[in-house]
Design a protein around this ligand. Structure first.
Ligand code: ATP
Ligand code: MG
Length: 390
């Protein structure tokens, strides 16, 4: 029996005139995700994408796993391909569903006929397919209200399809339909979740990571690369810019009031990330900040941090509790890596009592008198880049 994968599109169907662009980007993303799994014919018609394997050795479970990570897909399923003849549909629907139906008690059949030239109506198709299935599985009963399994028959342009197992996709919008943004990525729990959430809204991602060797280790950086490679399962490839911050941090330690270390560092991060974003055609920054989570994320601290950015900053976690963030990080599989205990440059020279209500005027005065600008430029010049993909 020949099987294909059918994908139902989401929100993007509503996008009117831009719909073609959206569909083209989604198809490109799907092709990229399954590029190593074999040869496929992929086409789109009536808000459905058809993925047809071109050889028998392709494992459709692997394809489904990849598809389940692509944004812009609401639901998808495997389906058995039939000729557009009722005889073939009856035989294949009984064969294809036999194993799944053997372990349940009730079922129903739904039919959709978008090819109106097909001689039977939808209710007629359902009745006949239901009869064929009951004949094969005498233990079954029809339950139209609450069946254990719903078998769907679709008679469409290119053929007829039988399916019974619809899987939820990631939803969201295809990556690349909303432009590009730069995520400030640490090794923590929050920033990979923030990156995932904004990629889900269609943003292509860049990443900036700040390191402070020797205070932060090579293993800490490898952990961040690992996190980005997990995020890239959903977002596609990510260019990771690694910025050495040791000199800036030592300079702040030696020249600024201790209680302002954290807020000054946060501002430096925003300034450098803004410069990298500008150079890479990226029009927004993304952080994992959540209001009130730590001293540097109070309302006053965020106000001072934000003022240092020269472009819009997305903070998708701003109103979320830690537990809600953890739930997402478990679901997207970053949690176990995030909790590995490596150091981050934010924890280097942390003050005993960071100012939780910093005043922008004084923070800027400290920043100016410390003369950080040349060091910031030097850090940008010494940035390295590496493309991360899964
Ligand atoms: P996370 O769990 O993402 O590390 P956090 O709760 O530990 O966040 P902070 O350490 O205050 O919070 O960092 C707030 C945000 O600043 C992070 O979510 C991230 O976007 C950014 N950030 C922190 N450290 C770094 C770093 N070393 N490189 C790049 N961005 C960073
Ligand atoms: Mg952190």
């Amino acid at each position: 029996m020949k099987e294909i994968i059918l994908i139902k599109l989401g929100e993007m169907v509503l996008k009117g005139l831009n719909r073609r662009t959206f569909e083209d980007i989604l198809l490109k993303n799907i092709r990229y995700r399954i590029r190593n799994l074999g040869r496929f014919t992929i086409r789109i018609a009536q808000s459905t994408v058809y993925i047809e394997p071109q050889s028998d050795d392709i494992d459709l479970d692997d394809v489904c796993e990849k598809i389940s990570q692509v944004f812009g897909i609401v639901t998808f399923c495997r389906a058995c391909v039939c000729k557009k003849e009722i005889g073939d549909i009856l035989k294949k629907s009984a064969d294809y569903t036999e194993e799944a139906l053997s372990s349940v008690k009730t079922f129903k059949v739904e039919s959709k006929r978008s090819d109106k030239r097909f001689p039977l109506t939808s209710p007629e198709i359902s009745a006949q397919v239901g009869g064929a299935i009951l004949e094969r599985n005498p233990h079954l009963k029809v339950d139209v209200k609450n069946p254990d399994i719903t078998v769907t028959v679709e008679v469409r342009d290119f053929g007829a399809y039988v399916r019974y197992n619809t899987i939820r996709g990631q939803g969201g919008m295809p990556v690349g339909t909303s432009g590009k943004a730069t995520v400030l990525i640490s090794g923590g729990i929050d920033s990979p979740v923030a990156a995932y959430m904004m990629a889900k809204r269609g943003l292509k991602l860049n990443a900036v990571h700040f390191e402070s060797p020797p205070y932060t280790s090579e293993r800490a950086k490898l952990k961040v690369e690992k996190l980005l490679s997990i995020v890239s399962r959903y977002s596609g490839s990510i260019d990771m810019y690694t910025v050495p911050l040791t000199k800036v941090q030592e300079h702040i330690r030696d020249n600024c009031p201790e209680e302002l270390f954290t807020i000054l560092l946060r501002r430096v991060m925003m300034k450098i990330a803004s410069k990298i974003a500008e150079r890479t055609d990226s029009h927004a920054l993304i952080t994992g900040e959540s209001l009130g989570q730590v001293a540097s994320q109070t309302m006053d601290a965020l106000y001072c941090t934000n003022e240092a950015a020269s472009t819009i900053v997305f903070r998708p976690l701003i109103g979320m509790d830690k537990q809600e963030i953890i739930n997402i990080s478990r679901r997207i599989d970053t949690f176990e890596t995030s909790i590995l205990p490596y150091e981050d440059c934010c924890t280097v020279f942390t003050p005993k009592h960071p100012r939780t209500r910093p005043k922008l005027k004084f923070v800027k005065l400290a920043e100016e008198s410390a003369g950080l600008y040349a060091l910031i430029e030097e850090a940008v010049r010494n940035t390295t880049v590496k493309t991360i993909e899964s």
